[in-house]
Write a protein of this length. Sequence first.
Length: 609
Amino acid sequence: MKHYGLQHWSENNFTIKNGELIVNTKSHPSLLEITSTIRAEDVRGPIILRFPHLIQKQLQNLYKHFEYSIEENNYKGSFKAVFPLKVNQFPHLVQAVVDAGKMLNYGLEAGSKAELILAMSHINEGAYITVNGFKDKEMITLAFIAAQSGHNIVLTIEGLGELKTIIEVAQESSLTIPKIGIRVRLHATGSGSWAKSGGMDAKFGLTATEILEATRLLKENNLLEHFTMIHFHIGSQMDDISPMKRSLREAGNIYAELKMLGASALSSINIGGGLAVNYTQNDHSVMHNYTLEEFSSSVVFLLGEIMDAKGIAHPDIFTESGRYIVASHSVLITPVLELFSQDYHENLLDLKNSNPPLVEELHDLYRTLSPKNALEYLHDALDHIESLFTLFDLGYIDLQDRSNAEILVHNIIKKSLSLTSNVESKELKELQVHMQERYLINASIFQSIPDHWGLTQNFPVMPIHHLEQKPLRGASIWDITCDSDGEIGFNPSEPLYLHDIDLKNEEYFLAFFNTGAYQEALGMSHNLFTHPNEYTIEINDKDFTISNAQESKNILEILSSLGYDAQKLLEKLKRELTKSTFITEKEKNDTLSKLEIFLSQNGYLRTTS
């Protein structure tokens, strides 16, 4: 995995220079420089860095490719897009999306009452709001209020019951009626982990019979002129373009049939989301079989072909691909706290005045290792340790001898791997796996990358420095939760190698990429670890600025968010502590001060043993 697979997943957003990972735009700051600047303010624990320029880049790519395809295929409709707020509702992200989409008239999609209020309060003037998901009368009324307030809103029907409620609200009030969409239940299914979003057993959408009934109800209640959109969605993170092509043919024909049946206001097809993001770091792993260029060209061509065959005007094309827009903008940075190695440091070696011959020979092998003899001495060491284990079982050597033997052999292996780092062999790779290290990170996998825990979704991970050195340690990553699932295990088929660092002398930082979609929204407070500190990084031609600092909740705030009375908790702890016997009044006051300081910090670790 050369350079941690940057060529596969980074889209040239990051590059390596002088051993550090660089943000590849304008003044090209390093992630280590940005991280060090933030940590200089006594920030500990994981941090999230937001890069708004990457949101803008993705939006421009999306619009550019669709507009090019429209021009190339002589397509008469226009392209529009909205961002699904379910992907990430955090304030600084939403504002960055709105700001980046202003010139493109980029809209927002809401799937709940709270998201609808968020969309109404943040949408750029004139941009579309689409409303999906199940709705009650109050939510439907909110959409009417949005239309009355001047918003360009489409209320998507997920079932006939919702349409009847829309009719009821329209009859009961004089509020402006929003545009109406119908989500269609397609026979075509999607692909990948979210394939169940499509097909006849999908959670959402109207069947052909229900679509005809909905059209009849709209016409009978003088609402057909508000029916402007049909909508479908076949799943997130589509790995194959073929299901989308089948869905487009089916949805395109439904659209054309409805137009011929008198739905004259119908003017757009919303193809939902699903554009895939590349999370792989390995040459042999392929996340999807299409490019954005192929995707946009296929959508435009197929819809144009269907409409031309039936003599129907080309509809506007809507997309709701949120993962593609924001996944890359967010980077999770976390320090490594400890290395839980099964080998031992050389300073633990405690040789006797007189040692067993095999231990003495191991010591001599270690002292005289060189590139020329490394493989030979490595083989000798592995033979010796097996013999020494047998001698221990038979009672011929003691525990100190065994400890010395283990320390020497593990250090011989480490030194041999270093001396033969340019040698490619199956045996050395197997040794790297055998010598894998456990890297304890100051973060919670459940909070910051829950899709790894829930879906075994891999995220690109790499150190942000020491990149001029070849990493030799097969790595498992442990988080600080007390749950065995809080681990990214070593996978020999997609191995991760990291550096052997002396953490007593320096810090070592890992970065997780493409975490900007869903991870923050789905993150759970397992062990009451909360959302990391976050920062927006704006990069200009000379340097960078850090803004929108959002601190993690402190311990009292976390408990308050669960319904505990934080003040009562604090007072109880203080009373109990005050009753304890202290040697001096100063000691008591110092201890009370420490308690208050600890409770005012986030729950991530600040010090380790």
